[in-house]
Write a protein that binds this ligand. Structure first.
Ligand code: NAD
Ligand code: WQD
Length: 339
């Protein structure tokens, strides 16, 4: 059985991807330092899959530790590299924390496997900033990053592209995610934000369950049909499946050794439409107020996903109502079963 190393596999997107890798018949080893995740997620994955993933607690910035791990794990056939810090605001306050973690982790993995590896990298639609043309395609220009976090994704893509250009043994797919939301249908795994959620959907579910006050809609004076900002929300289970498709493409070896794909639904939804979808799909009424725009926010973005649809043979299947109802089921599960 082929074994995939999933770095950051105890985290939000990683845990869902581990479940989909098991569903697709892969074996998995997770490396995570649990800096932004809870080890109980490993038991939850086992409840869903009937299999507990092999787990190694390791900080990937520890070069010797990563080398020792690689020596002991020469049997892996691919890597999905999720491990990174991702809080945009914190990255502005503590840039070195972000550059150190996000770059050292990536470079240590590549070096430890001597660049002989198939790797899927977690990139982000943040590399496009506010696109000039929508839907945005992979060939759109990368804009100057708004934050050190965004910059880590841009530079990591460059590190990978430049290394691939001179290293035929290295095969990489960078997936540019749009806005991942929702939770597994079992409601046993989902997003576990630490502190006050900065992202829309976890704030909505925490507000609805009574953990937070009303939601503030950040701006209703954008140039959009209802005035609120537009994003391409993608169900985390669909996103997880895109990773399995990317691993399969790397195994087949049909593409160039560095490829980039958008992963979204291709459809934009406004903040107010998301609020409506939550209320409609859950029957729970939300309290919200209209506030000022959030600094650094873009007006609208959504992806052209025709390339990933065609080349990866993958397509997002779940819509915003399933995203909202699954996020809500997870919040209710957490209330009944606190982590
Ligand atoms: P997450 O924080 O839930 O998961 C990341 C995991 O990596 C955590 O379990 C954390 O403990 C681990 N980790 C961090 N640094 C580590 C280190 N040095 N060594 C070992 N483990 C480490 O985040 P997520 O939402 O699942 O995001 C996964 C990836 O996708 C990240 O690279 C993120 O930047 C990227 N991404 C996320 C989003 C999003 O909105 N969630 C959007 C685009 C891209
Ligand atoms: C979505 C929309 C907000 C909270 C961020 C990162 C990006 C990527 C995903 C990793 C926006 C609005 C939000 C609230 C609101 N991560 N909003 N009230 O800003 O698209 O992207 O996460 O790569 O890099 O920047 O996602 O969920 O924060 O916001 O009105 O309380 O919801 O203004 O329009 P965003 P988000």
């Amino acid at each position: 059985m082929k074994k995939i190393l999933v770095t950051g596999g105890a985290g939000y997107i990683g845990s869902h991807t581990v479940v989909e890798l098991f569903n697709a018949g892969y074996d998995v080893v997770i490396v995570d330092d649990l800096s932004n995740s809870n080890p109980k997620i490993l038991d939850q994955i086992e409840k869903i899959s009937g299999k507990k993933p092999e787990f190694v607690k390791l900080d990937l910035t520890d070069e010797q530790g990563v080398n020792a791990f690689a020596q002991a794990h020469q049997d892996i056939s691919g890597v999905i590299h999720f491990a990174a810090f991702k809080a945009v605001g914190e990255s502005v306050q503590e840039p070195l924390k972000y550059y150190r973690n996000n770059f050292y982790s990536l470079i240590n993995i590549l070096t430890a496997y001597n660049n002989k590896i198939k790797l899927v990298f977690s990139s982000s639609c943040t590399v496009y900033g506010q696109p000039d043309v929508l839907p945005v395609t992979e060939s759109a220009p990368v804009k100057k990053a708004e934050s050190p976090y965004g910059n880590t994704k841009q530079i990591a893509e460059e590190i990978l592209a430049e290394t691939c250009a001179v290293t035929p043994s290295l095969k990489v797919i960078a997936l540019r995610y749009f806005n991942p939301v929702g939770a597994h249908a079992s409601a046993l795994i989902g997003e576990l934000p630490i502190g006050v959620p900065q992202n829309l959907v976890p704030f909505i579910t925490q507000s609805a369950i009574g953990k937070r006050g009303p939601i503030t809609v950040f701006g209703n004076d954008y140039d959009t049909p209802d005035g609120s900002a537009i994003r391409d929300y993608i169900h985390v289970v669909d996103l997880a499946k895109a990773h399995v498709a990317a691993i399969k493409r790397l195994e087949e070896g049909d593409g160039a050794n560095y490829e980039v794909f958008n992963v979204g639904t291709g459809k934009g939804s406004s903040v107010l439409e998301i609020i409506n979808a939550f209320e409609k799909s859950t029957g729970v009424k939300l309290n919200y107020v209209i506030g000022a725009r959030r600094e650094g926010d873009i007006e609208k973005t959504f992806g052209d996903v025709s390339l990933s649809n065609k080349v990866l043979g993958w397509k997002a299947e779940l819509g915003v109502e399933e995203m909202m109802s699954s996020a809500w089921a997870w919040e209710e599960y957490l209330k009944a079963n606190p982590f």
